[in-house]
Structure formats: C-alpha cells, structure tokens
Ligand binder design. Structure first.
Ligand code: 5AD
Length: 355
C-alpha cells in the first residue's frame, strides 16, 4: 500500500479525512484512484438512494442581481446582460407544466433581485405550495436576513441552495468584490440550517486561484456544515466577466470531486449539474456514475433561457420542458438509472417525516 491508496481507502471506510489528507488525495490523484473512489461512491449512493435519479424543475425567474461576482455572467456591472424577470403568473405556469411532466420539486433561482421583496417571495412560495401541496420548493435567491429566511420557511419553502463558493477568506476575496464576505455567506448557511431547511452549499471546480489545498478546505467545511445538498460544477468562463480569459474546470477533476463529496457525506443530495453537461456531452451520465443522484433540468420559459447566462455555451437552451425530461430519462436508462417522480428529500428528512 502507498500513501495515496491508504488515504483513498480511509475516505471509503471512515467518510472523513483531515485537510492534509484531502489535499494529498486531490493533488496526487491518478486514474486508478479516481476509478476506485467512483466505484465506491456509486455503491454508497446506491445503498441509500438505489438507482433512482431525483429531478428538480429549475425556474430561473430573474437575472437581475445586486452583486458583482467576478465569475458570473449576470453580475450587476455586465451591461451586455439582457435583464428579465418573470411574473408570479409566469412562474406558476412553469410549475404547472413541470407538474404535468412529473416534477415534484421546483427550484426557484434568481440573481439577488430585491424587487422580489421578502413578502412578495413569501406570497409566491405560498401560492405554489397551495397549488401543488405534494411538491417541495427549493429557493436559490442568495443572501438575506434570517427573519426573511424564516418567513419563507413559514410560507412553505423546504430547501435552500446557497453555494459557499470557497471556504477560504483570501480566495473568497479573489472571486468577489469587497462588499461580499465569506463570514456572512457562512452565517446565512448556518441560519438556514437552524431554521430547518434542507440546505445546499457548494463550489465551482477550478475557478481562478483554486488549489488542492483550497479544495481540501472546502471539504473540511462541508464535513463540518453537513449540508443536505452540495452543488458542484466546473467553472466555465463567461465572455463579459473579468474571468473571461480563464480556463474552464475539467471533467476529470469535477468527477473526482463528486466522488469525494459522496464519500464524505454519504446521504448527500448531489446533482450532476448543467455546467457538467456543458463541458462534456456525457457529463451528467458520468457524474451519476461517480456518485451524483440528482438532475435539475431547466423549466424556464424558452424566451428567457439564453438570458440566464452565468457562463458561456450553456447546454439545453433549445429544449422544451417535455423534450428535456424525455432526453434525461433516456440518458439515465442508458446507464441503468431511472428518473423518478418524487419529492426526493434527503434521506434524514424522509426518515424524520415517517416517524
Ligand atoms: N461557471 C460555473 N458556475 C458558475 N456559477 C456562477 N458563475 C459561474 C461560471 N462562470 C455558479 C456559482 C453560483 C451558481 C448559481 O452558479 O457557483 O453559486
């Protein structure tokens, strides 16, 4: 046995590594280790979630954003972004279409658009919940006050996605302007957890400045936070951002990190992201085979799709809702997995609600 295989073995058995071990594993990874981790990640995933693939209907309801993150195409200072926001009626129509297609989770995602006030969002959540009581609602609308998160929970929101982006202060500074802070981001995640949301943290693979040591810090933070979901996809440059010339993250490292996350957090809900499908035509299938168990096809109206351009060359821009789910079902069947019509809660929350 050498040090690399010892560490990989430890991750499989103990679901935990130290920061130094994570860094060593990531820095020295080879094909054999990646295959070993993927195989074990898949078997852990199948022991908990079987061969089911949970789907979430993603509704990108506004691309207005008050923030100016250096990597993101809908950053406030991007004058080339064509801005849009959907009305509550538009959003309900997306849910209606999604429900008929079998979706039982809707993810409402937007930039930090403050015209969607706390009350307006709460009303929106309540009306979706009233219309589709058997569905879960996931919000992904950025940083807000704890009271606001509480109001939305009260209104019926079940889950919240807020990637931490990086667990290192200096790296956070490199990716974000001064007015944003990792401390506040972490506070939001802690608040969301405390309020009883199923919480999703996460990060991009290979944004500028990322190193194995920094990825190790992300893993240590994830172990500590123990989120129910982790969003993880490759960084992809967007032409109107300061990072336009930077290289995209690779399929290989993204897949490797998916396996590492699955093994560190066995019950985690782990999407094979659109960004992964964008850098490789078989990206989502490969992600599934490395431990992912969730997919989030786009349910946004066709007319606004291209405008929600966080990065360039995003896939599925031309696919209607019905076509997207059919395509996904085929892709998943081709690897022996099955898209299911279910809320797809985190394992711990299913058990809690059955008690
Ligand atoms: N490439 C990949 N992912 C991106 N995101 C934002 N910009 C990019 C990009 N250029 C991710 C961020 C954010 C999520 C909604 O999308 O991690 O949290």
């Amino acid at each position: 046995m050498n040090k690399l295989s010892d560490i990989a073995e430890k991750l499989v058995v103990q679901h935990h590594l130290t920061a130094e071990e994570y860094a060593f594993l990531i820095k020295n990874r080879d094909e054999k280790t990646a295959a070993f981790l993927a195989e074990n990640a898949r078997s852990v995933r199948e022991s908990i979630y079987g061969k089911d693939v949970y789907v979430r209907g993603l509704i990108e309801f506004s691309n207005y954003c008050r923030n100016d993150c250096y990597y993101c195409g809908i950053r406030r200072s991007n004058d080339n972004a064509r801005r849009y926001r959907l009305t509550a009626e538009d959003i309900l129509a997306c849910c209606e279409e999604g429900y008929a297609l079998g979706y039982r989770t809707f993810v409402l995602q937007s930039g930090e658009d403050m015209t969607f006030t706390a009350e307006k969002m709460a009303d929106l959540v309540a009306s979706i919940k009233a219309r589709f009581p058997d569905c879960a609602i996931t919000l992904s609308v950025g940083e807000r006050e704890k009271e606001v998160y509480a109001l939305w929970k009260q209104a019926g929101a079940d889950r919240y996605l807020l990637r931490h982006e990086t667990a290192n202060d200096a790296h956070y500074r490199l990716l974000h302007p001064q007015e944003l802070s990792l401390k506040h981001r972490k506070q939001c995640l802690a608040d969301l957890k405390e309020l009883g949301y199923q919480v999703g943290a996460g990060f991009m693979v290979s944004p500028p400045g990322q190193t194995p040591e920094l990825l190790a810090e992300d893993m240590v933070y994830l172990e500590e936070l123990a989120p129910e979901m982790v969003g993880l996809g490759p960084f992809i440059p967007q032409k109107d951002t300061p990072f336009r010339e930077e290289a995209a993250g690779t399929l290989e490292l993204t897949i490797f990190m998916l396996s590492v996350v699955r093994l560190a957090l066995p019950t985690v809900l782990l999407p094979a992201t659109t960004a992964l499908g964008t850098i490789d035509p078989q990206g989502r299938e490969k992600g599934m085979l490395a431990g992912a168990n969730v997919c989030m096809p786009n349910l946004s109206p066709m007319s606004v799709r291209a405008k929600y351009a966080l990065y360039d060359n995003k896939v599925s821009l031309g696919e209607e809702g019905a076509q997207a789910i059919e395509d996904l079902k085929k892709r998943m069947e081709s690897i022996g997995y099955h898209v299911v019509t279910a809320r797809g809660d985190h394992a711990s929350h299913v058990l809690a609600s059955e008690k």
